[in-house]
Design a protein around this ligand. Structure first.
Ligand SMILES: [Mg+2]
Length: 178
């Protein structure tokens, strides 16, 4: 630590960071066909304080859940029987393009990651075995991006309403004077 006056033990700092990125209310969708990886990810994310962690061993079930309940970020394994990670993320994008998508790939799967960047509009990919710091950073960046996009969306809606009001007023003014 430098000379910056961080609170002792960093607990307040961690709480502030959580509030800033909205981790406590974040809904994370995790998909991996290996139960051990799934439970490791789930335990880590719950320990870190993510609001809701939904885990699936197969893409089809995960997509059904996503279609019904949505999510704030999706973390998906690449190599799985049935739908692979690129296909799952591409379908998730069709369902809701605003939700950031992260692919977990093996060391030898660089090509898959590149394909995913092109086909599934990937936000980021992480190589297995991942470091928890990289995972945390990728998720925080993704959530921040999602928050900003939602914010821009609601601001745009507000602007549209304001514009419509101005047009109404202009029409009223014209009717009054012409
Ligand atoms: Mg796998």
């Amino acid at each position: 630590m430098g000379s910056w006056p961080l609170p002792a033990e960093g607990t307040h700092h961690a709480a502030l960071e959580r509030r800033f990125t909205g981790i406590e209310t974040a809904r994370v969708l995790v998909i991996d066909d290996e139960p051990l990886i799934l439970s490791t990810l789930s335990a880590f994310l719950e320990l870190e304080g993510y609001g809701e962690v939904s885990c699936f061993e197969c893409g089809t079930a995960a997509l059904e859940h996503f279609a019904q309940h949505g999510a704030d970020v999706i973390l998906c394994d690449y190599l799985m029987p049935g739908l692979d990670g690129v296909e799952v993320l591409a379908r998730a994008r069709e369902l809701d393009p605003r939700v950031p998508r992260i692919l977990l790939t093996g060391y030898a799967d660089k090509e898959a990651a590149i394909r995913a960047i092109n086909e599934a509009g990937l936000f980021q990919y992480l190589e297995k075995p991942w470091s928890n710091d990289d995972l945390q950073l990728a998720l925080r960046n993704a959530l921040e991006r999602h928050r900003l996009l939602s914010c821009i969306g609601s601001k745009a809606a507000e602007l549209n309403i304001a514009n419509a009001r101005i047009e109404d007023l202009q029409r009223a003014v014209l009717r009054a004077f012409l």
